[in-house]
Structure formats: C-alpha cells, structure tokens
Design a protein around this ligand. Structure first.
Ligand code: TRP
Length: 346
C-alpha cells in the first residue's frame, strides 16, 4: 500500500469530570506524542450528543477538556486543538461512511450494546452510528496513528475496515484520480499499556470512572492538592506490605493499581517502583505517592482553573484550530467526492 505521512489524531468526549484515568490513559500520552509527530486533538462534541446533554453543561465541558489539554502541556500552536462541530467535514464524511460500513459490522460493537442497555429501540441512531463518525474523524485527515484507551480498540478496527472497504470498492476510481493503490491509510491504534490502566481507588477491579457515585473513587483533574492527598490516603489497600517483584501484585488489584499509578506519574516501569518500595508498608508508600501526585497534578488543576475562567482565550484556540483542521480536511473531502463521482464546483 502507498506510504502515508505519519499523522496522529485522537479525540476526547466532553462529558465532564475528567480524571486521572483520562490523564494517564490519553492526555499525558498526547503530550508526549507532540514531541515526535504532527498531532490533531479533537473535543468530540458531536459524539457527546449521541446521548442526552444539557446545553449549558456541554459548553462548559467542551471548554474544560480544551483547558485540560493545554494545562497538561499540549501546545495548541504546534498541534491542532479544536472541537468537532466546527469542522463540518467530519459529519459529511461520516454520512459517506454510513454508506460504506455494513449493519452487521455495527451490530457487533460492544460499546453500543453497553450504552444502549436493554432499551435498544429507544437508543439514538447516532449512538448506533457512533463508530462511523469516529472513522470520519480520523480519516478526514488521513491520520495514521491513533492513541486510544483499550475500550476503543474495536472502534479502531472498524475504522480500518471502513478504510479498507473504501479503498477496495473504489479502487479503479482511486487510481484514475491519481491516488495510487489506496486513498485512505489503515489507521493504527496506539493502545495504552497495563501500567496506565487506572482503576477505582475504592475497588481495584473497576475502572476509574466519571460516573462512580463515590468521589473518593477517582482523582479529578480539577482536584486541588488537599483533595488529591486525601483521596490517595483513603485509597483502599490490603494488609500486606508491597512485594518487591511484579509477580507479587497478582491477586492484589488495589496494590497493583497504586503501583501502576505511581509508575505512570513518575514515568518509570512498575519494576523500578517495586525495587524501591518492596517490603514497605502502604502507609509509607502512600506518603511518597501523595507528594508525587500533588507535584504532578496540582499544577494542572491550577492551570485548568485559570484557563476555564478565560473562556475568550479557549474559544479563540478552538476557532483557530478548527480553521487549520478544515484546511486539511477539505481537500480530502473534495478528493472523496471526485472518487465517488459527485459533481462539485471548482
Ligand atoms: N470514542 C472515543 C472515546 O470515547 C473518542 C473519539 C471520538 C476518538 N473520535 C475519535 C478517539 C477518533 C480517537 C480517534 O474515547
């Protein structure tokens, strides 16, 4: 297949309560990737309305995710940071992909089954078609690499299937229009490792979640130093001291989670953490973890607070990012229209 220029795309839903899981699993990796790649980071507001949203809260949440990106260290000048609804090419390409993807493919999506629950008849059509919009997000830019959590792996595979089917079904027109043997790249997922899979602080077998009723189950990105410290100190543990090797973490989900969080925040492997703290009691380990978590996260919370108070600045970042995003997406959409045989003005 033709070589495509490496380009990173990822999206985050503006659904409120960003927490440590979003930070370690997604946002902090976005920050790292900007060192080596051109990156496009999108606040996916069109995806948010696949389930009910309060308009005022949605506005705040779009700004909050944008603030979190910037506070965490994403440079909106070097990269493109924008919200999906300001770039109509996403919805346009999503329609075309609705005509490429098969009902059978979407019927297999486990996230739809989970989100729709028992009352499937009452789920929005948008919730069902969610993955075709996600494919359009990525492929409108012909992006090649997509950092996502492992819950999004199936959606990424669907994006690849859509790209592949488009390339096959229109192979002749793709050649005739001068694009060689493939118009879309098959985007590669960059899935987070187990060390960045963050679990609830109250129950090591459940993922940290914005919808957990206990606020003590998660560290919100907006938590100040006191809240972070309290939550780490109250985190559930078991009575044994820490093991000195990773094998000793099996069957100890809370210990595994805290060690994983420590390692991810410090940017070292879990083995290094255990080499240092093996044999230590949790009380001692938590003391050091509090300091590390406060040092890494409290400045982000402070900066987010400052930025969300300056909504004019945030909105300007999004407007500028959207303009630069449209400039990349439009020629790709034009090419798709030519491939499909649509008539368009030139
Ligand atoms: N579905 C993703 C999630 O819930 C968000 C998303 C939308 C996304 N479009 C995307 C992620 C494109 C990566 C690429 O996490």
């Amino acid at each position: 297949m033709a070589a495509f220029k490496e380009l990173v795309f990822s999206g985050v839903q503006p659904t409120g309560n960003l927490h440590l899981g979003n930070y370690l699993g997604a946002i902090s990796r976005f920050v790292t990737m900007q060192e080596t790649h051109d990156c496009i980071y999108c606040v996916v507001d069109l995806h948010a309305i696949t389930v009910p949203q309060d308009p005022r809260e949605l506005t705040d949440q779009i700004r909050e995710v944008t603030a979190a990106f910037i506070a965490a260290g994403i440079d909106p000048k070097k990269n493109i940071v924008f919200n999906q609804s300001q770039v109509p090419q996403h919805a346009e390409l999503a329609w075309i992909f609705n005509c490429v993807a098969r009902m059978g493919w979407l019927n297999r999506m486990t996230q739809f089954k989970e989100k729709a629950g028992k009352d499937r008849e009452n789920a929005s059509v948008g919730l069902f078609a969610y993955p075709t919009l996600m494919a359009a997000d990525i492929l409108a830019y012909r992006a090649t690499h997509v950092p996502v959590g492992d819950d999004q792996k199936q959606h990424l595979e669907l994006s690849r299937d859509i790209a592949q089917k488009f390339n096959n079904d229109w192979a002749e027109a793709i050649v005739e229009n001068g694009h060689g043997d493939a118009f879309f790249p098959l985007p590669e997922p960059l899935i987070q490792g187990p060390a960045t899979r963050v679990m609830s602080l109250r129950d090591g077998s459940k993922k940290m979640s914005k919808s957990d009723p206990s606020d003590y189950s998660r560290i919100n990105l907006t938590d100040d130093a006191d809240a972070i410290a309290q939550k780490v100190r109250k985190a559930k543990t078991d009575p044994e001291p820490l093991p000195s090797e990773a094998a000793g973490l099996s069957g100890r989900p809370e210990a595994e989670n805290l060690v994983g969080i420590f390692a991810a925040l410090k940017g070292v492997p879990r083995e290094a953490v255990l080499a240092e703290f093996g044999g230590a009691q949790f009380s001692a380990f938590k003391g050091v973890l509090v300091d590390l978590a406060v040092e890494r996260l409290a400045p982000i919370a402070g900066e987010m607070k400052r930025l969300t108070q300056d909504s004019a600045y945030i909105d300007a970042v999004l407007a500028d990012g959207s303009e630069r995003a449209r400039a990349i997406a439009q020629p790709n959409i034009d090419a798709v229209k030519d491939i499909l045989g649509f008539v368009r003005g030139r």
